[in-house]
Design a protein around this ligand. Structure first.
Ligand SMILES: Cc1cc2nc3c(=O)[nH]c(=O)nc-3n(C[C@H](O)[C@H](O)[C@H](O)COP(=O)(O)O)c2cc1C
Length: 192
C-alpha cells in the first residue's frame, strides 16, 4: 500500500556501508523520476549517479547532515551512504525547474524504500566543491543530492508537542524521532 510506503519512507542518515547499492538500482530509481510529473512536461532535470567508493567519499565531504542534531557531524565511516543521485537542473531547457526536483526526489525515495533501501534528500551542499568533483558543464545547476543505502536506523513519527517544536531528535537508544504537525493543524478549511 502506498500509505504504508509513505509512512515508512522516513529520512535515513545511517546505513550498513558493507551492503553496497548497485549502479543498476540507481538507474531504476532515476527511471521512476524520469516518468514522474513535470511542469509543462519540460523535464529539465538530469542526474549524476555514483556507487564508486572513492567518488562517494568526495561527495560525502560536500554534504551537511541533520542540522538539528548539533552534536552529530553526520554518519561515521562504516555507516555512510553507498549510493548518490545528484539531481541537476539543465538550464538550457528552462530557467525555473519549479518543484520538479521535489517530485522526482520523492519518486526516487519511495522506489528506494520499496527495494529495502532508504535515503535522505540533502539540500545543504557545498555546491562549488561538488561542481569540481563531478566536473559538469556550466549549464547544469546542482539542486539536490539524494544519499542512498541500506538503512541502519529506526525512525519514528511523533505528534508535535504543545510547544510546537518541529526539531527531530534522537533518544538514548539511537532511535530518531520526527515530529509532524497534526491533520487539524494543517487543514485550514474543508468544504463538505
Ligand atoms: C528539500 C529537502 C532538503 C533537505 N536537506 C537536508 C540536509 O541538507 N541534511 C539533512 O540531514 N536532511 C535534509 N533533509 C531531510 C529533512 O531533514 C527531513 O525530511 C525532515 O527532518 C523530516 O523527516 P522525514 O523525512 O523522515 O519526514 C531535507 C529534506 C528535504 C525535503
Amino acid at each position: 500500500m502506498i500509505d504504508d510506503l509513505i509512512r515508512k519512507n522516513r529520512s535515513c542518515r545511517r546505513f550498513y556501508q558493507k551492503h553496497a547499492v548497485k549502479p543498476e538500482t540507481l538507474e531504476e530509481l532515476v527511471n521512476l523520476a524520469r516518468i514522474s510529473a513535470s511542469a509543462g512536461n519540460l523535464q529539465p532535470l538530469a542526474y549524476v549517479l555514483s556507487c564508486n567508493p572513492n567518488k562517494n567519499k568526495k561527495i560525502f565531504a560536500c554534504l551537511g547532515w541533520a542540522g538539528y542534531l548539533r552534536d552529530w557531524p553526520g554518519p561515521e565511516e562504516g555507516e555512510r551512504p553507498t549510493g548518490y543521485i545528484i539531481v541537476l537542473h539543465d538550464t538550457t531547457i528552462t530557467k525555473d525547474p519549479g518543484c520538479d526536483h521535489g517530485i522526482a526526489a520523492q519518486s526516487i525515495m519511495l522506489g528506494a524504500r520499496q527495494r529495502g533501501l532508504a535515503g535522505c534528500m540533502i539540500g545543504t551542499i557545498d555546491r562549488d566543491k561538488l561542481y569540481k568533483i563531478i566536473d559538469l558543464p556550466d549549464h547544469y545547476n546542482i539542486l539536490l543530492v539524494l544519499a542512498i543505502g541500506t538503512p541502519k536506523e529506526t525512525v519514528v513519527i511523533e505528534r508535535l508537542g504543545p510547544d510546537g517544536n518541529i526539531c527531530y531528535w534522537r533518544d538514548e537508544n539511537g532511535t530518531h524521532h520526527v515530529p509532524k504537525r497534526s491533520l487539524d493543524n494543517i487543514v485550514v478549511k474543508s468544504y463538505h
